[in-house]
Design a protein around this ligand. Structure first.
Ligand code: RNT
Ligand code: ZN
Length: 418
């Protein structure tokens, strides 16, 4: 262990201890938290299943940074690099289009075997897997509708794809001995004001009922449903709105997925967690960073991230919350994007855990809002960085920005040669 890092840690620890914060225990708990790292940052949401890989569904990746992964092998190598620079043990979230197979297979015919190399790799790396049906970037989603499509045949195709996805999720869970979360997001919606907002929602509800009719052991697979406010081309109306999925999830015991970019620009998902926690068994988060719209920028240590992690820590919601990431930026090194976003998410969790929560709750209860404000503000400049450095050191990953040199040399040796 590096002496400077340890020394700073010991000093910082004393300050936190004065407020009854057991820093060593905080770090032990932090190490238990898994973040689900989205594979799609590594190749700009293209996947490997189809040749024609135009991204659709009202989401968009911009940037031309060299080095995007073009094969499953490259993507796994890049993920390994990123994982080696992130403290703790985590999960990787796959989309259906990331199937690793020689077979020409369509989405409705996918089987666990088409993901076997991913499962073998996950075992070897000691990571868990999560899953997502890909209800976009496909001929049958061209007019913007999938599970709520008015054509029963097209609807059935997407229903079958989602059914297949749950089975793949269950296979991941069973093989890896840890629950897979399979998250359904569909882009369905209208560009302009619809006359009938109800019928597509009724169809989406019925489709979901059919998808979830098959009993799957919740030990291996949990289902999540993700809402959205609008997308490109679905500005006026999205079938799977927040109210829709909040209702559906609560009634049918599904995880409700909150994506930070899927609400009005000034609306924060942090404030929603305490309400949803009272009425659900669990949540899935898509930690993202919307800028003016659902732009999926790399997650930074901003107020929104701090507030989300504070809510998770203050109300003990970590165990029932699946923390997933969802951003895609092709204008910077993609491995750096993963490392920055994931390290920030973990660092924010650490910061939240280093606050004197009991003390602050007590002050609030007693009406001492002066202490509440004073302490919250002072804690913002407490030396959490020294604790974070020590955590990186003790988990064997680079301290501070030292990881960047590794990413840069990987870029020179591997990425720019692609
Ligand atoms: C789209 C949703 C969805 C996707 C990924 C690729 O707005 O956020 O989660 O970003 O599934
Ligand atoms: Zn999302």
């Amino acid at each position: 262990m590096r002496q400077d890092v340890v020394r700073n840690y010991e000093e910082a620890k004393k300050l936190y201890q004065q407020h009854g914060i057991d820093v060593d225990q905080v770090l032990d708990e932090l190490e238990q938290i898994k973040v689900s790292i989205h594979c799609w940052q590594g190749d700009d949401v293209k996947g490997f299943l189809f040749q024609e890989r135009e991204l659709s569904g009202g989401i968009s990746v911009t940037g031309e940074y060299p080095g995007a992964a073009r094969t499953p092998q490259q993507l796994r190598a890049d993920l390994e690099k990123a994982l080696s620079l992130i403290p703790g043990s985590h999960k990787v979230s796959l989309h259906a289009i990331y199937a690793d197979t020689e077979e020409a297979v369509d989405l409705d015919q996918l089987e666990p075997k088409h993901f076997q190399p991913w499962v073998d790799w996950a075992k070897e790396q000691g990571v868990g897997l999560d899953f997502n049906p890909t209800c976009f970037s496909h001929d049958k989603s061209k007019d913007g509708f999938t599970l709520s499509h008015s054509d029963p045949q097209i609807r059935q195709f997407w229903i079958d794809h989602c059914k297949a996805s749950r089975r793949i999720g269950a296979y991941f869970g069973e093989q890896l001995g840890q629950t897979c979360v399979t998250n359904i997001w569909v882009p369905d919606g209208y560009k302009d004001n619809p006359i009938d907002r109800m019928a597509p929602r009724q169809r989406l509800k019925d489709a979901l009922d059919e998808i979830f009719a098959e009993e799957i052991n919740p030990k291996w697979n949990l289902d999540a449903v993700e809402s959205k406010l609008f997308g490109i081309g679905s500005e006026a109306y999205v079938v799977g709105s927040h109210e829709f999925y909040m209702g559906y999830g609560m009634k049918n015991n599904k995880l409700i997925c909150l994506d930070a970019g899927h609400f009005h620009p000034t609306e924060s998902i942090a404030g929603k967690l305490s309400s949803l926690a009272l009425f659900t068994e669990g949540l899935l988060l898509h930690v993202s960073r919307p800028m003016r719209w659902d732009s999926d920028h790399v997650v930074i240590m901003d107020d929104e991230l701090i507030e989300i992690t504070r809510e998770l820590v203050r109300h003990n919601l970590i165990d029932q919350t699946h923390i997933g990431l969802d951003f895609f930026d092709a204008s910077i090194n993609r491995i750096a994007a993963w490392v920055i976003g994931t390290r920030n998410t973990i660092k924010a969790l650490l910061r939240a855990k280093l606050e004197p929560v009991a003390l602050l709750k007590q002050a609030e209860l007693e009406g001492d809002y002066t202490t509440r404000l004073a302490l919250t503000e002072e804690f913002k400049s407490y030396p959490f960085g020294a604790i974070w450095d020590y955590y990186c050191e003790r988990t064997g990953v680079p301290v501070r920005e030292e990881w960047l040199a590794e990413v840069k040399s990987y870029e020179q040796e591997v990425l720019i040669k692609r």
